[in-house]
Design a protein around this ligand. Structure first.
Ligand code: TXA
Ligand code: MG
Length: 403
């Protein structure tokens, strides 16, 4: 029997997740997490020179930088993509604190964040090392910004082995968000920073998401408002031939191809776990990622969605379940004839930037209302759509393909 065949199983599934999270939280609670406000507009970089005009922002950034340089604790902070959970990339103990706070599997490597190319050279790269030419135009155009590149780990590399999870390469980017860059510059420490959610949960795009997931597990969260992109950085590997796009994100595949130059014209996109060629799939719990507590069902190629949703509700006996629908370009809503009185409709937006900006936030918001299921309208996998659909197909326990 599939999970979706009996709505009573959904309740069991939600309860087992809650037990998992609360047991895990009780085991390692030890901080009173404080949220420190910061104003990104008071921060300016002249070249690599940092200026902070707002005294509260300056004080709070200095507090966070001190924690990073004098302890092994980790800090939640805003980037232009999603909130990150940062600790020194050069310290085994700090990196272990990141994995522990998130409950993240140790075989998933982390991205190193630097404030400038000069800091990358000074703190990490061997003397006289040249960043491979294949990245030149991408770096020129997209740094600082949501692009992560892979570089080889040199034999005397100062990066903690826990950052790379034993790989021969490390991932690095310069974030564009002034708060992220200022924190890294002030601490003068390259920061390993995964998204600041508890492992398996949707990535956080406002400070309260971080607080909800990691409260009691970290000392501070810098609150710099909502993240612009709303999905993580694009990860590319230019060290292989042809180059690969490992994770779609804030920089689109189209932009990589048009800006990257000759080698990137043939860039290969790494396969995601759920594809639209698989009409209906129910992958196991071990593939959970970006997931709210409610079950997510992704609808693709379903026109205005009316028929597909009606059919899904009746064939799975969901008439009494509370359902949220996140729609974007074509869906009209859940019809009242599906006898679903408690359904919630939210508009993700119609353009790619707005949809990706709202995606994780709305998944969390409708989940908090206690819905049993979240139906999401899929979009075309072009431009921002590739990253959005990558996240959705991982968040979804099932994909309904109308074609
Ligand atoms: O936008 C972002 O990238 C955010 C913010 C906080 O900067 N960070 C983020 O980190 O998304 P995380 O840990 O959630 O995702 C890191 C991704 C994973 O897909 C990981 O497998 C990949 O980068 N990665 C890291 N190092 C790698 C390596 N050496 N080789 C291949 N993939 C790597
Ligand atoms: Mg993540």
């Amino acid at each position: 029997m599939r999970l979706g065949d009996d709505s009573s199983l959904i309740t069991t599934y939600r309860a087992s997740l809650r037990t998992h999270f609360s047991t895990w939280s009780r085991r390692t609670m030890s901080y009173t997490t404080k949220i420190l406000p910061v104003d990104g507009s008071s921060i300016t970089f002249k070249g690599d020179e940092l200026e902070i005009s707002d005294p509260v922002t300056k004080k709070n950034l200095e507090t966070a930088a001190k924690v990073l340089t004098t302890t092994h604790d980790v800090i939640g902070f805003p980037t232009e993509t999603v909130y990150g959970l940062g600790g020194s990339a050069l310290s085994d103990e700090s990196v272990k604190s990141i994995y522990k706070a998130k409950n993240r599997p140790a075989d998933n490597p982390l991205i190193v964040h630097v404030s400038s190319i000069s800091q990358l050279k000074r703190k990490i790269l061997p003397p006289n090392y040249q960043i491979p030419k294949v990245y030149e135009s991408l770096i020129h155009k997209f740094w600082p910004g949501p692009l992560t590149i892979l570089l080889p780990v040199h034999e005397s590399s100062p990066i903690s082995k826990f950052v790379t999870a034993g790989q021969s390469t490390f991932a690095v980017r310069i974030p564009q968000h002034p708060v992220a860059r200022a924190l890294i510059a002030l601490s003068d420490t390259p920061l390993a920073a995964p998204s600041a959610n508890a492992s398996t949960r949707p990535s956080p795009t406002i400070a309260s998401h971080v607080y909800n997931d990691l409260q009691g597990r970290i000392p501070y969260i810098l609150d710099g408002g909502s993240c612009d992109f709303g999905v993580e950085s694009t990860v590319v590997d230019g060290l292989v031939d042809p180059p690969m796009l490992l994770r779609p994100g804030g920089v689109s595949l189209e932009e990589i191809k048009s800006v990257g130059g000759e080698p990137w014209k043939d860039v290969v996109v790494a396969k995601k776990t759920a594809g639209k060629t698989e009409a209906v799939r129910t992958p196991g719990m071990k593939y959970r990622h970006y997931s709210p507590t409610a079950r997510v069902v992704l609808f693709v190629n379903c026109g205005d969605g009316k028929e597909a949703i009606d059919n899904y509700i009746s064939s799975h006996n969901l008439q009494d379940c509370k359902i949220a629908l996140l729609k974007s370009r074509h869906f009209v809503g859940i019809s009242s004839t599906s006898a679903n009185k408690e359904s919630i409709d939210r508009e993700l937006g119609t353009d790619g930037h707005t949809i990706s900006h709202n995606l994780f936030r709305y998944l969390r918001e409708v989940d908090e209302t206690g819905v049993d299921m979240i139906f999401v309208e899929g979009i075309e996998e072009t431009n921002e759509g590739l990253a959005v659909m990558n996240r959705l197909s991982k968040a979804a326990l099932e994909v309904v393909d109308g074609q």
